[in-house]
Ligand binder design. Structure first.
Ligand code: EPZ
Length: 425
């Protein structure tokens, strides 16, 4: 069988201008929300990545007409019939569970298998279930499938035990077409939650307070069609910022929203990286001479330091001067990438939710694997920093969430190529 890998030759500075693609996690929620409309929607600025292709396939399997043209997806969900997401598609990504809330809202029933997504520890969905039940739905789980049903959904007050991104989104979807008012207390505040609220409002919904920890939704009878462009990808922006610093580069990142990047920017500045807002409000310039200081990082819900950037920045810290401590508070098992970095000469110890990283002068290229999506991005960062050649296996993880990453890096001067290799029996 042929397998793909990325080969990176380290030590080449990234220089020049690059542009951020549309937000993956925003787009996934918005595509599911489009299924709630009774009229066609056009969603613009979508990244060309595997997860978006799977969402398109789910919509088609449910009976929607879907066309993709460049970064625009035209969805006609008026003849949507099914309320059951095929298992082989549901298990490919986490966001398939947004169809639970979306189809429940539109048809009063939905069936979705337990979702897939990155293997970064236990990922329960009890808060989603609590939210659906509070709105009057019954939830049954059997044989790996979740079935949600309601004759009528009625607005309610839902207190989330933690500001879960997924539970906030699923409850917003279900509540948008419920009778009466819903309040989500201790809601997630991530930029993509705000973007989803804006999309629901553009469809005629009524969502207020998104971006605060108290979201108020007045249910409406129907949602209409609209045209909507998703916001830039916060995590791709951050990955490119870290890659620029890792290569001792000078990169202007266009189409980025600096206000979404404050937690990362603060840490990069503390490390000695120069970060400036470019001319105009939608760009960020990152410059580094490669001499980085150690910092401590604690991942937190937005606006704290994002867990999705913990893996790439921990690689950057592997050659910083001194010892850095990383506290991963969101997911149980998000340090698997450090095993790979140790193969490259990095020194780190992991103790439960903490990683202690002792900076070394340099990493040495060697074969490594992506253990999940952001770990894959972290391996690319490592390859840019390392001496010699780094071969990165499990490229399919990177393709799930980064649009043309190697093409973007190559244009900035990286030596990176995609190779196909025959697997030996
Ligand atoms: C979203 O995952 C993102 N995925 C993740 O990005 C991201 O890492 C995460 O939010 C945190 O920002 C998508 O948007 C598709 P959560 P999600 O619900 O919604 C616990 C990537 O690389 N929890 O905010 O699954 C949970 O176990 C991916 O793009 C419960 O206990 O994250 C975790 O510890 C990886 N019960 C914490 O809350 C629940 O019912 C936060 O999870 C729900 C969550």
């Amino acid at each position: 069988m042929a397998i793909e890998k990325l080969r990176v030759f380290g030590g080449h500075r990234l220089e020049g201008v690059t542009t951020v693609s549309g937000g993956k996690n925003t787009a996934l929620a918005i595509i599911a929300a489009a299924a709630m409309s009774s009229e066609p929607c056009a969603i613009e600025n979508l990244p060309d990545i595997e997860d978006i292709h799977v969402m398109r396939d789910i919509l088609i399997a449910l009976g929607a007409k879907v066309e993709m043209d460049g970064g625009v997806m035209r969805i006609d969900p008026s003849h949507l019939q099914g309320s059951s997401v095929p298992e082989h598609l549901a298990c490919k990504l986490r966001a398939s569970y947004y169809f639970l809330g979306a189809l429940l809202a539109r048809f009063g029933t939905s069936v979705v298998s337990y979702p897939g997504g990155c293997d970064i520890g236990n990922r329960p969905i009890d808060q989603h279930i609590k939210g659906f039940e509070a709105l009057g739905a019954t939830v049954e789980t059997d044989h790996g499938r979740i079935r949600v049903q309601a004759d009528r959904l009625r607005g309610s007050v839902i207190y989330l035990d933690m500001p879960s991104v997924g539970a906030t989104i699923n409850v917003m979807l279900a509540a948008a077409l419920a009778e009466g008012n819903t309040e989500i207390v201790n809601a997630g505040k991530e930029p993509h939650i705000v973007d989803l609220a804006n999309f629901l409002n553009a469809m005629g919904g009524s969502v207020k307070g998104a971006g605060t920890d108290n979201i108020r939704i007045r249910g409406v009878k129907r949602l209409k069609g609209c045209t909507y462009a998703v916001i830039p990808d916060q995590i791709e922006t951050g990955t490119l910022m870290i890659a620029a610093a890792a290569s001792r580069g000078d990169v202007l990142i266009r189409g980025a929203l600096p206000t979404h990047m404050e937690a990362l920017t603060a840490k990069l500045l503390e490390m000695g990286v120069r970060v400036d807002e470019g001319i105009g409000e939608d760009s960020i310039r990152v410059r580094s001479d490669g001499r980085h200081r150690r910092v401590n990082i604690k991942t937190q819900p937005y606006p704290g330091f994002p867990t999705d950037l913990q893996q790439p920045i921990s690689v950057l810290l592997s050659t910083a001067k001194g010892t850095s401590i990383i506290h991963e508070t969101i997911f149980e098992m998000r340090f698997k990438h450090l095993d790979e970095i140790r193969r490259m000469g990095g020194i780190s110890r992991v103790n439960d939710r903490f990683a202690i990283i002792d900076g070394v002068p340099k990493l040495m290229g060697c074969p490594v694997k992506a253990t999940d999506l952001r770990a894959g991005a972290a391996m690319v960062v490592a390859g840019l920093m390392a001496e010699g050649q780094t071969d990165i296996y499990n490229v399919h993880y990177i393709d799930r969430g980064y649009e043309h990453l190697e093409r973007k890096l190559k244009r900035l001067g990286a030596r990176i190529e995609r190779l196909t290799e025959e697997e030996e029996d």
